[in-house]
Design a protein around this ligand. Structure first.
Ligand SMILES: *Cc1c(COP(=O)(O)O)cnc(C)c1O
Length: 408
């Protein structure tokens, strides 16, 4: 498999020699070599405000735009460390950190769109992203078009002179479709429209959208980046110039993290590459096991040769992640739930990307309140299970799933 393109060297990771790999970046990028109190770790700066020694210092700060803090809503030294690290991992020149992945999505769309503007979405996406566009951006006069995921002709046909942004996840949630980033970016460039990829499921370890020319990469850092199911955060990575208005609006909306939260994110990132290797290994092995099991009707996983975009995934991804969606053969929702209730290792819960495996039935967990026709429209079947493989031992996960499926 071809390696993902190396992240470009950015102004942010000056402490790290050029050309370093993802694990070196995850450990060192964005951090000063020598830190406060000669500590190896960054301090957690619990400050709502920052002080100036005298009025001249304040005037200098304002007039010369000096790099220092002023008030907690606009930034924190620890937050900037994590932002530089995340920018380096994705090969961007800047990153803006948010309280959650959804706050990042809302923050970017609110900063970039005006009344009368239009957005084109691939329809397989996190249901709250869709809900924000359809229910809320519409109240501000922004029009959202949804087209079938990976239908590039339909996406291009939906573009008109008012279109400002093309949006997709890759891989998509929960169907794991993989977007051909070359085609996606080419459409945007032909029409002079910016592009956004929510790469939460892939992470910068498995895919590097900025190297393909994508303008904005979004991650729910709650998932693999933080990786321990113990915090919420979100990030947008891109160019400093394009993110400047996004950062300014964040300072007004106040959708920021508390200092302990981004310290935990920074700490989680230290093992990012090691965790991703195990998530990828577990995802591939468990998907292959499920695909060969007589009780399984279908497995959605880009690492399987039968996946519709397997070749694109092979070309553009380093690995395929820990998330697997599958259908249980001849099962109604109750018999599907019986499988979930029989597993011993994965815990039943929403979310993904943490060290603990999580399992859920989308028709019950996130789409329960929708009418059956709506669930069908979004491709959410009653016999569908979504499994986020954690970093447990591969053989233990497979043995657990086997006993759950063989019990009938
Ligand atoms: C979880 C998730 C989000 C939302 O992130 P939060 O941190 O929960 O707000 C957005 N996109 C994808 C693909 C996700 O999985």
């Amino acid at each position: 498999m071809a390696p993902s393109p190396k992240p470009a060297e950015t102004a942010c990771d000056s402490a790290v020699p050029a050309g370093c790999g993802p694990s070196t970046l995850a450990v060192h990028a964005g951090e000063a070599r020598q830190k406060m109190g000669d500590s190896i770790t960054d301090p957690i700066v619990c400050a709502a405000t920052y002080t100036f020694p005298n009025t001249q210092a304040l005037v200098d700060y304002v007039e010369q735009e000096l790099p220092r803090e002023e008030y907690g809503r606009y930034g924190n030294p620890g937050e900037r460390v994590v932002e530089r690290k995340l920018a380096a991992l994705d090969g961007g020149t800047d990153a803006v950190l948010y309280a959650t992945g959804m706050a990042a999505m809302v923050g970017l769309l609110m900063a970039k769109l005006n009344a009368g503007d239009e957005v084109v979405f691939f329809d397989e996406c996190y249901h709250r992203s869709r809900e924000f566009c359809v229910k809320h951006l519409s109240r501000f006069g922004v029009v959202t078009h949804q087209v079938k995921a990976c239908d590039y002709a339909a996406m291009e046909a939906a573009i008109n002179p008012r279109t400002r942004l093309l949006v997709s996840e890759s891989p998509t949630n929960p169907h794991l479709s993989v977007v051909d980033l070359e085609q996606f970016v080419a459409i945007g460039r032909r029409h002079n429209v910016e592009t956004l990829i929510d790469a939460t499921l892939a992470t910068p370890y498995n895919i590097q959208p900025i190297a393909y020319g994508v303008d904005y990469v979004l991650h729910s850092a709650t998932k693999y980046l933080a990786g321990h199911n113990d915090l919420l955060a979100g990030v947008i990575v891109g160019s400093q110039e394009a993110l400047d208005p996004v950062r300014k609006l964040r300072g007004i909306m106040g959708s920021i993290n508390a200092p302990h939260n981004f310290y935990l994110l920074q700490r989680g990132l230290k093992t990012f590459e090691l965790r991703m290797q195990r998530h990828n290994q577990n995802g591939q092995a468990v998907a292959e096991f499920l695909a060969g099991h007589p009780r399984i009707e279908h497995v959605y996983y880009p690492g399987l040769p039968g996946h519709p975009q397997h070749e694109i995934a092979r070309r553009t991804m380093r690995g395929y992640g820990g998330l697997i969606t599958f259908l249980v053969k001849d099962a109604d929702w109750r018999r599907t739930a019986d499988v979930i209730d029989a597993v011993r290792l994965p815990r039943i819960g929403p979310s993904l990307g943490g060290v603990e495996s999580l399992i859920e039935q989308p028709s019950v967990m996130s789409y329960h309140t929708l009418a059956p026709e709506e669930r069908a429209q979004f491709g959410i079947a009653d016999n569908m299970i979504r499994l986020s493989c954690g970093i447990e031992d591969t053989a233990d996960l497979i043995a657990d799933l086997r006993q759950a499926l063989d019990r009938r």
